[in-house]
Design a protein around this ligand. Structure first.
Ligand code: UDX
Length: 439
């Protein structure tokens, strides 16, 4: 099948490459000329394991190309995926829909015949219906557009796997259209493998995505709230999580207590969900998500306070090493990163902060140029008065505590992700502290 993917960020670039991997002919479209030039050369503008290989295979097979030209997109295919960003609006909780609207505005006037637009971006419920009206108003005589919603659930770091073999495929459609038939063809390979395919109306599909993210965020904040009580009561949150997770109804996943969630999705998606519920007159329904957000943001503040205590009450001049600045391991994304937030706060309060991250330092430098960025974990750890594990990269989890002890000035560590083997670090002479456990 031929198709375009409009928007070539994390979501769109991955989707375009993976659709080519499934055998389709794909044209990726973006307004960012630099990004398109990079992708056209086979370079992925961000870190995503496995994606460069998939991108190269698609290009070499002649099934994957990139362009900034919407007229070319209109000519190329009758099926268009929409994967542009929906960031948080400045000064509001709501999502900024200017990029999705703009994509429709730029594409639709070029279309001839019948086209299907499959939205993948995370949008407030009601957006697809609004875009359908916009598209209808822009379509030339003789052209028609059908908007359907096909939300994306991919996790950064596992984006290729999550796109090619998703847990489920969700599709919101209007009655009487051909979008379902189109989606069945697009996803023929995963559907043959028995991956669940759910078809609903537009509003339901939009809500599935934000509800999934809100649930995940709630699960993380739940255990982080328990973590606060554990610290007050002298209990161990990792043991609580382990024990409750054996109940199938609860499960162990997303019960990792620590610095909390960040990234380009969960924080802004729960806020947009709160804002949209309010617009719909269902404000009370999602009031608890404000608490989920507050618990999450409190983690960062708490870590800064613990760090201050750990260096004897004075941050000014203290030499602190923060391991990790990506919002999670296997990613170079620092958007709303708890790790970078903590490093930045400590620095602003007068500490000498040194950061190392295997992939995210270039992105971090753009946001916090004043932090000291080291070349390696070893270089970052030299002379530290306090070490904070902020992103649980495997490289950090594998560090040898005895060796690291020889690098630092004072062997004090706060495990912000409950990721290290506490007894190993304690046995090697470290004052090991962890969120929700030993304060
Ligand atoms: C998320 C959703 O998982 C994905 O389905 C959706 O499409 C986009 O948003 P992503 O942002 O890539 O994906 O990250 P995810 O793996 O969900 O982690 C989110 C954050 O939660 C990270 O900051 C992570 O460190 C944190 N987290 C995760 C915890 O603090 N504890 C956990 O137990 C799990």
């Amino acid at each position: 099948m031929r198709m375009t993917v409009i928007g070539t960020g994390y979501l769109g670039a991955t989707h375009a490459a993976c659709m080519a991997e499934l055998g389709h002919e794909v044209l990726g479209i973006d307004v960012d000329e630099h990004k398109i030039a990079q992708l056209a050369k086979g370079e992925v503008p961000f870190y995503e394991p496995g994606l460069p290989e998939v991108l190269s295979r698609g290009r070499e097979a002649g099934r994957l190309a990139f362009s900034t030209d919407f007229a070319q997109a209109a000519q190329f295919a009758n099926v268009h995926f929409l994967g542009v960003g929906t960031p948080q609006q400045k000064g509001s909780y709501a999502a900024d829909l200017r990029y999705v609207r703009s994509a429709v505005e730029q594409l639709v006037p070029h279309l001839e015949g019948h086209h299907v637009i499959l939205g993948k971006s995370t949008v407030p419920v009601g957006t697809a219906a609004e875009l359908q009206e916009l598209a209808d108003s822009l379509a030339r005589p003789g052209a028609s557009v059908e908007i359907a919603w096909n939300p994306e659930f991919l996790r950064e770091g596992y984006a290729v796997k999550d796109t090619i073999t998703p847990d489920r495929i969700m599709l919101g459609v209007r009655p009487g259209g051909i979008a379902e038939q189109v989606a069945r063809e697009v996803y023929a390979t995963p559907l043959e493998q028995g991956i669940p395919f759910l078809v609903s109306n537009l509003a339901t599909a939009e809500l599935v995505k934000v509800s999934a993210n809100a649930f995940l965020a709630t699960k993380i904040s739940f255990i982080n709230a328990v973590s606060e009580v554990c610290e007050a009561a002298g209990a161990d949150v990792t043991q609580v999580a382990r024990a409750i997770g054996y109940d199938d109804r609860i499960g162990h996943k997303f019960l990792g207590a620590g610095l909390g969630f960040g990234g380009g999705c969960l924080p802004k998606d729960i806020r947009a969900y709160i804002a949209r519920a309010g617009e719909l007159g269902a404000t009370e329904a999602l009031t608890f998500l404000r608490e989920v957000d507050a618990i999450n943001m409190r983690r960062r503040e708490h870590m800064v306070n613990l760090a201050k205590r750990a260096v004897g009450g004075h941050l000014i001049g203290a030499s602190i090493t923060v391991l990790g600045c990506a919002f999670k391991p296997n990613s170079d994304d620092v958007r709303d990163s708890p790790a970078l937030n903590v490093a930045g706060q400590l620095s602003l309060k007068g500490a000498q902060v040194t950061v190392f991250d295997p992939q995210a330092m270039d992105n971090a430098r753009k946001i916090f140029p004043t932090l000291h960025y080291a070349e390696s974990a070893e270089a970052a750890l030299q002379g530290a008065d306090l070490v904070i594990l902020a992103t649980e990269w495997d490289e950090f989890v594998q560090l040898d505590p005895t060796q690291v002890r020889g690098w630092v000035r004072t062997p004090v560590l706060i495990d912000g992700r409950n990721a290290l083997d506490s007894s190993r670090w304690a046995e090697a002479g470290w004052d090991y502290k962890a969120l929700g456990r030993t304060f």
